[in-house]
Design a protein around this ligand. Structure first.
Ligand SMILES: *[C@@H]1O[C@H](CO)[C@@H](O)[C@H](O)[C@H]1NC(C)=O
Ligand SMILES: *[C@@H]1O[C@H](CO)[C@@H](O)[C@H](O)[C@H]1NC(C)=O
Length: 257
C-alpha cells in the first residue's frame, strides 16, 4: 500500500511541476522591474487572448461574469428601482494595454502593488431584470437582453497581498483588490424595457445614454464591486497556480543574462 501512496504522491508532484511551467515565449523579469513586467503582461495578452489552460488562466476575449444585483432599493414609497444583470459575458479584455505596473518586489508585501491599463472598448452583454416604480409613471417589470459598451475604459488596480507557503514555495494570495475606473462614454441598450411600447423603450434608452454620467456616478460603487470580482477572476488563478518566485528570474538567470 505504501508503494501506491508513493506513486500517487509522485504523480501529483509531477502534475504539479508540469502545471506550473511558465510559458517559454514570455520574458521573465527581475523582481520589481515595472517596465519589464508591463511588457511581459502585454505580451501575454497579445499571445494568449484565449488564456493559458495549463496555468488555469481563463480566456480574456470571452469572460463570463457572475450575476450581479446592481440596484436594490427597498420597495416602498413612490419611487424605487431594482436592477439585476444576469448571464453576462464580458468582451474586449484581450485588447487591454497595460500602461504601468508597480510593486512585485522580492517581498511583495513591502511595497504597494499597482496595475494600470486601458481598453478601447469593453462590452458587457447578457440579460437584465428590472422592476420599479417611478413617480410620474407606470410600474416597471421587464426583462430582456442588455448591452453595455464602455469606451476608452481606463483602470487602476491596487492590490493588497500576503504570502502563503505550499511545498516550500511562496504563493501570492490577494486579500484586497481595489479598482478605480474612468471612461469616456457608456452606451447602454436595454431591449424590451417596455414590452408593449417600443417607442418608450427607445425613449428610456436615449434618456439613459444622454445622462450616462449621472447614472455612472450613482451606480459607480456597485459597478466597482462588480469589476473587483471581474479582475480577481482573471488574476487570482495565475497566482494560485504558479509559485510567486517562478514568475521571476532566479539569481542565476540574471547573472547569465
Ligand atoms: C433586496 O433587498 C431586500 C431588503 O431590502 C432583500 O430582502 C432582498 O432579498 C434583496 N433582493 C435580492 C435579490 O437580494
Ligand atoms: C479587439 O480588437 C480587435 C482588433 O482590433 C477587434 O477586431 C475587436 O473587435 C476588439 N474587441 C472588442 C470587444 O472591441
Amino acid at each position: 500500500m505504501h508503494y501506491i501512496a508513493y506513486l500517487l504522491v509522485s504523480l501529483q508532484l509531477y502534475a504539479g511541476v508540469y502545471c506550473q511551467s511558465f510559458p517559454a515565449d514570455l520574458k521573465k523579469c527581475k523582481y520589481g522591474d515595472g517596465p519589464c513586467l508591463t511588457a511581459t503582461a502585454n505580451d501575454l495578452l497579445k499571445k494568449y487572448p484565449k488564456g493559458i489552460p495549463e496555468l488555469n488562466i481563463k480566456p480574456f476575449d470571452v469572460l463570463p461574469v457572475r450575476d450581479w444585483l446592481l440596484v436594490n432599493d427597498s420597495q416602498v414609497g413612490g419611487a424605487w428601482y431594482f436592477f439585476e444583470l444576469l448571464n453576462q459575458i464580458n468582451y474586449g479584455f484581450e485588447n487591454t494595454t497595460i500602461t504601468e505596473i508597480r510593486g512585485f518586489d522580492r517581498d511583495p508585501t513591502a511595497t504597494k502593488i499597482e496595475i494600470h491599463g486601458k481598453i478601447p472598448r469593453l462590452i458587457y452583454k447578457g440579460d437584465y431584470l428590472a422592476k420599479g416604480r417611478m413617480l410620474w409613471f407606470v410600474d416597471i417589470n421587464s426583462h430582456g437582453t442588455s448591452e453595455s459598451d464602455f469606451l476608452n475604459f481606463q483602470f487602476d488596480i491596487t492590490l493588497k497581498v500576503r504570502l502563503e507557503y505550499r511545498n516550500n514555495k511562496r504563493y501570492l494570495k490577494i486579500y484586497e483588490l481595489v479598482p478605480n475606473i474612468r471612461l469616456d462614454r457608456w452606451i447602454m441598450w436595454l431591449d424590451n424595457f417596455f414590452p408593449d411600447n417600443f417607442d418608450l423603450t427607445i425613449a428610456i434608452n436615449n434618456l439613459f445614454n444622454r445622462n450616462w454620467v449621472e447614472f455612472w456616478n450613482e451606480l459607480e460603487p456597485g459597478i466597482l464591486r462588480l469589476f473587483e470580482t471581474v479582475f480577481r477572476s482573471m488574476i487570482d488563478d495565475l497566482f494560485d497556480n504558479v509559485a510567486y518566485d517562478d514568475l521571476f528570474l532566479a539569481e542565476s538567470q540574471i547573472e547569465s543574462a
